[in-house]
Structure formats: C-alpha cells, structure tokens
Design a protein. Structure first.
Length: 116
C-alpha cells in the first residue's frame, strides 16, 4: 500500500495526458472532481467529459506540495500549466486526494481553480 511521492506525481500527470481509459482506471468510483466551468462532477460525468475533449499534450506542475494526513491518504497541491496544440496554455491551481488500498492507489478528489 505504500507509495512514493514520485509515483503519485507520475499518476497525477497521467490524469492530464494519458488516454482516457488509463485515467478512468485510477479514478475511484466514489470520486468527486471540481472544475471551473463544469462545477462538481462524479466519476462517470468527469470521465465522459474527458472523452469529449482532446487530451493535454503536456502539463507542467510547479509549486508542488504533498501532505500525508494518514497512512492511506495523500494530498497533492500544485500549479498546473496545460498545453494543448496551438491553444493558449491553461493555468490552474489544483489539488488531488489519493487513497491507498490493497488493490492500489486511486484518485478520490480533484479540484481546479483557474490561475491568471
């Protein structure tokens, strides 16, 4: 059940850039995700939204912070800069909560606040 910070950051990056099916596999069934335009989404709506939009080409995660409020939970907070084609980069402050269990680590919460 133990996982390194580096492994969690790699999973976090996959949520931005990996194929949707890979992302869906690491988002818990009971997850809640909050996005500036879409509001609060459960896992199914979030995955459907991911399927309807192009994936990010790359993401840069800076101002990284990690909190481990227990043996089975880890919170990541960071500033993201997402790049997609020739579009203007998307910038947001993000937080994610990951839960560890016998079957692996899954995302249980993600939130984005647009950054200027």
């Amino acid at each position: 059940m133990a996982i390194t910070d580096e492994a969690l950051w790699e999973m976090e990056e996959r949520l931005w850039t990996a194929p949707v099916d890979d992302c869906a596999a690491i988002i818990a069934e009971d997850a809640l995700l909050v996005f500036p335009e879409a509001g609060v989404l459960d896992r199914d709506f979030a995955v459907a939204g991911m399927r309807s939009a192009p994936r990010w080409d790359a993401v840069e995660m800076t101002e990284r912070h990690v909190s481990r409020p227990g043996k089975t939970n880890t919170v990541l907070a960071y500033r993201a800069r997402g790049v997609r084609g020739a579009d203007e980069p998307y910038q947001a402050y993000c937080s994610s909560t990951w839960r560890g269990a016998d079957e692996g680590w899954t995302l249980i919460q993600h939130q984005q606040t647009k950054a200027n």
